[in-house]
Design a protein around this ligand. Structure first.
Ligand code: ACO
Length: 321
């Protein structure tokens, strides 16, 4: 028997305001053809004025709670991955905790940019396996549009806003179910290739995203393939055993390149980047929820979740759904 975190349910939320590439091209020097060819992105959802990361997070969380069929009061801990908190402090997680009417347990943010959901999931999994709580709400939520320089066409076309969430429950089991293992990495030497050029300590401003796209691309394909192999080896499995890759949704070409490197068929990759662009920490649970709701992911399927983002940070989780 081993204590494992089982995923009881998932949910997601995208802001109502949907902006197509064509609409964006009216204000930015770009085109639908360029964006689709280089990234696969067709549209993104942007939070309206006054719509906050905590609002998106709460809406996704409520859907996950309903899907899991649990009572809100059963939640012992909330771990929220975000790089776009409502405030510099308090954490967005504590805001969501209050909005859900929870006063017990604890809530905290983790910040690993596009790897935020992997870091949040691994953190929650480890708390549960250590016996520090039984039920966890894990959220990835972003209003990344607030960090964009809308005059920089090399970055602003790539990102969008959204949120996704899962409910984890610690259960003793002799079967290999739930989160089988998580694998996190970072390498701060490469921080400058994907960075926000402001912050409370550095400039006392929020700053904007700056990115050396080609270099990020190269690191992404190599690191993601490696961290998937690491997860498979740790569990004595091979890429043939995988039913679904649920990747961070940055760019269709990164998804294709990683699957090819792993010799996994493109049919097994869950792709939603076309519908919401890169939503940073929100993108894995958004993709997961889409494939669970449309029936592609079924109980018993083997999933590999993976992401890379600023830091650089990257990670994977092998999950028996
Ligand atoms: N519309 C039209 N033209 C553009 C645009 C745009 N939005 N952006 C750049 N261009 C132009 C450039 O100015 C350049 O023109 P030039 O040749 O006259 O100088 C030309 O297009 C080619 O630019 P490149 O930067 O060489 O384009 P590239 O093929 O590398 O694609 C891209 C750029 C899409 C950013 C790619 O490098 C990429 O996807 N990188 C990964 C970045 C990423 O996904 N980051 C997300 C965070 S990290 C993560 O999630 C993994």
């Amino acid at each position: 028997m081993a204590l494992r975190s089982k995923i009881l349910g998932c949910g997601s939320y995208l802001p109502e305001n949907c902006v197509t590439n064509g609409e964006l091209a009216k204000t930015v020097d770009t085109s639908d053809d360029w964006i689709v060819a280089r990234t696969g992105i067709k549209q993104r959802h942007l939070a309206q004025e006054g719509e906050l990361t905590s609002d998106l997070a709460r809406k996704a969380a409520l859907k996950a709670i309903e899907h899991a069929g649990i009572d809100i009061q059963e939640i012992d801990l909330i771990i929220l991955g975000t790089t776009t908190p409502d405030n510099t402090f308090p954490s967005t997680a504590t805001k969501v905790q209050a909005q859900l009417g929870l006063t017990h347990g604890f809530a905290m943010d983790v910040q690993a940019v596009c790897s935020g959901f992997m870091y949040a999931l691994a953190t929650a999994d480890n708390f549960l396996k250590a016996g520090q709580g039984k039920t966890a709400l894990v959220i990835g939520a972003e209003t990344f549009s607030r960090l964009l320089d809308w005059e920089d066409r090399t970055t602003c076309v790539l990102f969008g806003d959204g949120a996704g969430a899962v409910i984890l429950r610690a259960e003793e089991s002799d079967e290999s179910v739930g989160i089988l293992s998580t694998h996190l990495h970072s390498d701060g030497r490469h921080q400058d290739i994907l960075i926000v050029d402001g912050g409370p300590s550095l400039t006392q401003t929020t700053g904007h995203v700056r990115m050396a796209g080609k270099e990020v691309f190269r690191h992404a394909v190599v690191n993601l393939a490696e961290v998937v192999k690491e997860a498979l080896e740790a569990n004595g499995l091979s890429s043939d055993d995988i039913d679904w890759i649920v990747p961070h949704q940055a760019n269709k070409r990164i998804l294709d390149g990683t699957a090819k490197k792993l010799k996994i068929s493109a049919d097994k990759v869950v792709v939603t980047v076309d519908k919401h662009a890169n939503t940073s920490a929100a993108s894995i649970p958004l993709a997961l929820d889409a494939a669970v709701q449309d029936g592609r992911i079924k109980r018993g399927d083997l999933l590999i979740l993976e992401a890379m983002g600023g830091g650089l940070t990257w990670g994977s989780a092998l999950v028996r759904w």
